[in-house]
Design a protein around this ligand. Sequence first.
Ligand code: NAD
Length: 352
Amino acid sequence: MSAVSRPQGARPRVLVTGGAGFIGSHTCVELIQSGYDVIAVDDLSAGSAEALDRVHAITGVLPILERVDVTDRHALATVFERHSVDAIIHFAARKAVGESTEIPLSYFHTNVAGTATLLAVAKEAGVTRIVFSSSCSVYGETRAQLLDETAPIAPTNPYAWSKHAAERMIDDGCRYHSDMRAISLRYFNPIGAHPSGLLGEVPVGTPRNVIPYLAQVAGGQRERLNVFGADYPTADGSAVRDYVHVVDIARGHVDALDHIDDHPGMQVFNLGTGEGTSVLELRAAFIEACGRDIPYTVLPRRPGDVPRLVADAGSVREAWGWKPQLDLAAMCRDSWNFQVANPRGYADAGRP
Ligand SMILES: NC(=O)c1ccc[n+]([C@@H]2O[C@H](COP(=O)([O-])OP(=O)(O)OC[C@H]3O[C@@H](n4cnc5c(N)ncnc54)[C@H](O)[C@@H]3O)[C@@H](O)[C@H]2O)c1
């Protein structure tokens, strides 16, 4: 029996922190479609309740939303009192590398103190299964062409340090509490959108991620794409990343719940495609998808960025058979469809 199944055929219930955000909302869809009930815990600092209405439109099920800050221990404890929960997927975090160099303490507060609070409250409630959103940024700068999970940990910015610290905390929790099981998923660069055009990445203010920026330039809302660094030691000088469709990432979380009891302790897996794409190659693929030109300007490198991060995702394939189903063209097509259908993000539905 799966670790998160319930007796008497009831649907297992997953508490999804950050469930109203980009990856969280796509994961709510995959969870519901795989037979899970979902409680989304989100303070809506970057996510939107509209995303959960869209989950409803896609699946026919409206996830319960608990508008709670994960660093608020008391409020979080009341969520666990109100709902019986079988497992947690923990997305809630601040996520921009550049911003983390401007306000590092806020990053540590949300990402590290928030995780510590969640673990403590979950333990009190007897919830011992957690899937954690980690990031390839924990690996830092490397000469390796492909990074597997044994690559040296070498964060280069406060965001990456916060993810490493949270991972370490969960690992030690598992080490000293023998009933605890965890899976940390180190995503490479999730992009794309739900193929329905209903869910996608909605940045707060100026986009800090490349795809919403490309989409807004193609949609006429911004003049030019900023390419941060064209002097990296890569084929065209722009930074190389491993872009992976958000729906594939979301499916990886359902697989993680199915396999969380395969091994004691914390398991760590990369989620990526193993294909490196430079920013300029991504721009070309997006032009192909949208049929419009995307002018760009080269700016200096951003602090904390590294030249190349590409996954060796062999271990997750071997362990669970997870592999990406959707290619770069699908990622660009779905992102563009979302942009066309929602030029102002969820604000078009009357919500920020
Ligand atoms: N998008 C990426 O490129 C990427 C890459 C690697 C890892 N990750 C990780 O994946 C997770 C989800 O990222 P995303 O792209 O969906 O980001 P997102 O900003 O769209 O989602 C994060 C969600 O968490 C919520 N949140 C933030 N602080 C909170 C708090 N204190 N209490 C409760 N809710 C809070 C936000 O409102 C938002 O809905 C994050 O942990 C991020 O670090 C993202």
